[in-house]
Ligand binder design. Structure first.
Ligand SMILES: [Zn+2]
Length: 316
């Protein structure tokens, strides 16, 4: 490449796939890749990241010495400043110094963050390019449900880096046991596996959340009932976020949200009903405030890339 330390790397470490984006310092995309995440041990997770980074550097004709910094999103509880993954069940990581380990591998600053919080940063910068934005909430509905907030242009992390972990708000105290030890967390009702489990009561064969949404569109009364129940809870979740933080936009993404209009329309119609009699809802929850993650935009890797940029500034 000639120029030293001119490249930024954004890594999105998922439970099954690791995606990496390589750009110049000004954000020009040079190379991207996706590799399977090996997650039997911390060493395997690190290997997956190293493997993927080697591929993007190769693709751009660069070497490790060209990398200015790396940002990485991790699906779990992250102590950002210490660079420690306190717990990431899908990656078999517990109290693991991922930041320091990657930093030693690549001889470069590394900043790690929870994946949903990282994606929130990515979405914020993406939307802010076309429309100046100060406050944003991102709601991820996938195998779990979690949110991230950018307030006044900055990621809001809270005291423990847990700000936005609304999947563990109890909505049904008599509900099923959650991995967190409580009963009836939001996540046990509206996330992908919960929708599939609920559907198992109505359908002869196992169905996924996206199949439930498809069946509802095709006219299945049972699927429509499940979608109505889930959409009501998601609408309430969005309402909590909007009333707690008074954000300008709520963006929804994650595997379940990939069902697109079939996912979004029932939520919007819930608000349409509320607006009929509620001036407050008219003001706070217009349809224009709620949007799906733009198709084809990889929020996770772009967010990680912004973390990398932040890492260069921390270590200048
Ligand atoms: Zn829980």
């Amino acid at each position: 490449m000639g120029n030293m330390r001119e490249l930024l790397v954004g890594v999105d470490i998922g439970g099954t796939k690791t995606a990496v984006l390589l750009t110049t310092r000004d954000g020009q995309v040079l190379s991207e890749t996706v590799v399977p995440t090996l997650s039997q041990s911390p060493e395997q997770v690190v290997y997956s990241v190293c493997h993927a980074v080697a591929i993007v550097l190769n693709g751009a004709g660069g070497t490790v010495s060209d990398v200015a910094a790396i940002g990485a999103g991790v699906p779990g509880l992250v102590e950002r400043d210490a660079g420690i993954v306190r717990m990431a069940a899908n990656l078999n990581l517990e109290h693991y110094p991922l930041g320091a380990t990657l930093s030693a591998e690549f001889h470069t600053p590394v900043l790690i963050e929870n994946d949903v919080r990282a994606a929130t940063v990515g979405i914020y910068h993406h939307l802010n390019q076309t429309e100046p934005l100060r406050h944003l909430a991102y709601l991820s509905v996938g195998t779990g449900i979690s949110a991230g907030m950018v307030l006044n242009g900055q990621l809001y992390r809270g005291t423990n880096g847990m700000a936005g972990e609304i999947g563990h708000v109890v909505v049904d105290p008599d509900g099923i046991l959650c991995s967190c030890g409580q009963r009836g967390c939001l996540e046990t009702i509206v996330a992908g596996p919960a929708i599939a489990r609920h559907a198992a009561n109505y359908f002869a064969q196992p169905v996924t959340a996206s199949e439930v949404y498809e069946a509802a569109v095709r006219g299945s009364a049972a699927a429509a009932e499940i979608v109505r129940h889930v959409s009501t809870l998601l609408a309430r979740t969005i309402q909590w976020l909007v009333m707690a933080y008074d954000v300008e936009k709520v963006v929804i993404g994650g595997g379940v949200a990939n069902s697109g209009d079939a996912f979004l329309q029932p939520i919007l119609s819930h608000f349409a009903h509320l607006r009929v009699h509620s001036p407050l809802t008219q003001m706070m929850l217009p349809d224009s405030k709620i949007m799906l993650l733009p198709a084809g935009f990889n929020a996770g890797t772009w967010g990680a890339l912004h973390l990398a940029r932040q890492a260069t500034q921390l270590h200048v």
